[in-house]
Design a binder for this molecule. Structure first.
Ligand SMILES: Cc1ncc(COP(=O)(O)O)c(C=O)c1O
Length: 400
């Protein structure tokens, strides 16, 4: 009897974590490597949030909590949804988990049966298709392209929906492209969803607060209130509050779904970390000015990276609306050969040669389901970004 389950054969380990790990190993071995793979801010968790965590320990908040969150945090989440998104939820409609990742996983585990389909716009955050497979469902990839600004068109969404569709996963601003949907663009998609009442909407709003220029964030249940009863709105403190390691995410949605997610969670992690939950209360209820300050740095870095990458021969880098990623095309580099004799047949070859020959770690586009591209995370210092982008340019110049 094989040790490993058949389910595991359908999934891969996260390629973004693999790239980060590879860069770390090379660095430990003495190589000069700049990692642009990790999807986390380089800023520390703000002081008042860290203090709240320390205070929680001092106050003895160190025991098991309710499986899907302490009442204080659920209240803070309700207030956040009302304040930022115009969405009204009561605490029994809120689920708090160990990161947005676990909240998404709980939702899929709680709802998917074999044969159920989940529509995922492509390129996608690496975990969506594998989580769907782990939960027994079938991912249905709905393509976008650089020409549509990496945004899903209503026609493509319509074509992807079948009688077996259970969920549509929506992510704006997007990981990996940074593309955000305006109110009207999202309305065009919610109009399609109104015509398919059997489809549930899973909106992953993790990058809500990381929005630049005149982009205004909006979320499906807000744009189309008729979808409120079949939407799970997922968010978390990891990105905007610089709290990736604290592991707190949350969602608002219909009570029966939230109750089912609670069952999954109570039989897996029991509850999210008690100390982190108190820190998240401080984050959501506390001052938010640091987000705008951080965004000044993120926007400056985005502009730096976009302009430097567009100077590299063979690359084309659109300017994203939000998050901290860019997703340039390498179409102009395909078919060339690097000085280290790697033939650039695809984006994986490009990323591998770039790491080996110039010491820059990026994640190749195939990992996100759209080639030929790569993803740069610009959540690192201006200095490192400047150096990394000039190495990428040198690499592209060196291709023949
Ligand atoms: C689109 C998206 N959703 C969800 C998550 C999960 O965030 P966390 O589990 O750290 O809260 C991430 C993290 O990279 C993400 O990029």
């Amino acid at each position: 009897m094989p040790l490993l389950s058949a389910t595991l054969e359908r999934v891969q380990p996260s390629p973004t974590i693999a790239v980060t790990q590879k860069a770390r190993e090379l660095r430990d071995a003495g190589r000069d490597v700049i990692g642009l793979g990790a999807g986390e801010p380089d800023f520390d968790t703000p002081e008042h949030i860290r203090e709240a965590g320390i205070q929680a320990i001092r106050d003895g908040h160190t025991r098991y909590t309710a499986p899907d969150g302490i009442p204080e945090l659920k209240q803070a989440v309700c207030a956040k949804f009302a304040r930022d998104n115009g969405l009204t939820y009561v605490p029994s409609q809120i689920s708090v988990g160990t990161g947005g990742k676990q909240v998404l996983y709980n939702a899929l585990m709680a709802t998917l049966n074999v044969g159920d389909e989940v529509v995922i716009p492509t390129p996608y955050w690496v975990s969506y298709p594998d989580m769907v497979r782990l939960a027994g469902g079938t991912p249905v990839l709905a393509p976008t392209s650089i020409e549509t600004g990496f945004r899903l068109t209503p026609e493509t969404l319509e074509a992807a929906i079948t009688p077996a569709t259970k969920w549509f996963i929506f992510n704006s601003p997007s990981n990996p492209t940074g593309a955000g949907y305006s109110w009207n663009e999202l309305k065009a998609l919610t109009d399609v969803l109104l015509r398919h009442p059997h489809v549930w909407i899973l909106s992953d709003d993790m990058y809500e607060h990381l929005a630049y220029d005149d982009f205004r964030f909006c979320t499906p249940a807000q744009v189309e209130p008729e979808l409120y009863n079949r939407t799970l709105t997922v968010n978390g403190v990891s990105k905007a509050y610089c709290m990736t390691g604290w592991r707190i995410g949350y969602a608002g949605g219909p009570q029966p779904l939230i109750a089912a997610m609670r069952t999954v969670q109570s039989q897996s992690t029991s509850n999210p970390c008690s100390i982190s939950q108190w820190a998240a209360v401080a984050a959501l209820n506390g001052p938010h000015d640091f987000i705008a300050e951080n965004n000044v740095a993120f926007k400056r870095r985005r502009d730096l990276v976009v302009s430097m990458l567009n100077e590299a021969p063979g690359l084309a880098c659109p300017t994203p609306d939000g998050a901290f990623y860019v997703y340039p095309s390498i179409a102009g580099c395909l078919g060339k050969t690097s000085p280290g004799k790697t033939e650039i047949t695809n984006d994986e070859a490009f990323a591998t040669a770039l790491l080996e020959e110039q010491g820059v770690a990026v994640v190749f586009g195939a990992a996100f389901g759209l080639s030929p591209h790569f993803r740069v995370s610009y959540a690192t210092s201006d200095e490192a970004l400047r150096e990394a982008c000039s190495r990428i340019r040198m690499f592209c110049e060196s291709l023949s």
